[in-house]
Design a protein around this ligand. Structure first.
Ligand SMILES: [Fe+2]
Length: 315
């Protein structure tokens, strides 16, 4: 890397990730730099890149970490660059919820992307084109560290269990999220909700091992979680509640306050994330790449006849 590059921990030291500043566009074409960045990503889980800018650089930087895939849903796919998803919120847009008496646009609960499919993407880079003047943060919690914090008795209990997920996007139905009410669904949300019965039920292991390092990951996405496979009872739900409370403990979260042209990379196989939302009168213009991958341990539990033709969707 060039001599101007600095790498600093994000947050307080208990949260994941590093801030990389001073990287040049030329560095992204240097194979030695790319290798170092990939190692840093596997080690840290989250990298905030500050000082780079532009659509082409966003896509080139994303390709350092894998093959990009076009957004699976046509609704937010960028017309010019299909590898980019437009994540826009403007004054008057729908997609508003109420939490604690406050209306929030573009709010999302803790989740892993695409967890409602057997194959979940490796990661992505979110770029701020026009961040919200206030709020609009993205939170991250490392689930390798979360696993390490689990008491041994809970580690033993969940070692071979799997969580069932369903692509039911109705926020008001989510078991984990604490939404008081949904004020309005976006057109995208309505379209996805209309397809919910076509989604297969899938399951993912609660614990899996990061291939590159041998570290165990607490692999639970609170949003879309329906229950524990084979424990369709109060005991199963109580156990899931306990694990979710542990993995979403926000004292271990890093909340990124976006600056214009920040690009944030996360490892979708070990870090859960959420959007804190914006004032419904605010503007927030973001774009995200999706890095392809399959960790090979997700599986379909109950398929539906329609699922084979379902267009994949992503949030
Ligand atoms: Fe997401």
């Amino acid at each position: 890397m060039n001599a101007n590059v600095t790498i600093k921990p994000l947050g307080s030291g208990v949260a994941p990730g590093v801030l990389v500043s001073g990287l040049s566009r030329a560095d992204i074409d240097d194979s030695s730099v790319c290798r170092q960045l990939r190692e840093l990503w596997i080690d840290q889980g989250v990298i905030v890149f500050r000082g780079l800018s532009g659509t082409e650089t966003h896509m080139a930087l994303s390709r350092v970490f894998g093959i990009l895939t076009a957004h699976p849903s046509g609704v937010s796919r960028n017309a010019e660059h299909p590898e980019l998803s437009d994540i826009h919120f403007r004054p008057g847009d729908a997609n508003v919820v109420e939490i604690g008496g406050k209306a929030l646009g573009a709010w999302l609960p803790w989740h892993s992307d695409l967890v409602y499919f057997a194959e979940i993407n490796r990661g992505g880079i979110l770029r701020a084109i026009a961040p919200a003047p206030e709020g609009g943060c993205t939170g991250f919690i490392d689930q390798i560290a979360a696993y390490q914090r689990l008491p041994q008795c809970l580690k033993d209990k969940i070692e071979h269990l799997r969580v069932i997920y369903w692509g039911d996007f109705r926020m008001e139905n989510a078991r984990y999220g604490n939404v008081d009410r949904v004020i309005s669904h976006s057109a995208t949300g309505e379209a996805i909700i209309a397809k919910r019965d076509q989604f297969p039920r899938v399951s993912h292991p609660m614990v899996y091992v990061q291939e590159e390092t041998g570290r165990k990951v607490l692999n639970v996405s609170p949003w879309f979680a329906q229950g524990i496979e084979g424990m369709d009872n109060e005991e199963g739900l109580a156990l899931l509640d306990e694990v979710v409370a542990h993995c979403t403990d926000e004292q271990y979260a890093y909340f990124h306050q976006w600056e214009t042209e920040d690009m944030v990379l996360w490892d979708n196989w070990r870090v859960i994330h959420r959007a804190t939302g914006v004032d419904p009168g605010a503007t927030r213009i973001m774009q995200r790449t999706t890095i392809l991958g399959d960790y090979g341990v997700g599986r379909v539990v109950v398929d539906t006849p329609e699922a084979a033709t379902l267009e994949r969707v992503s949030v």
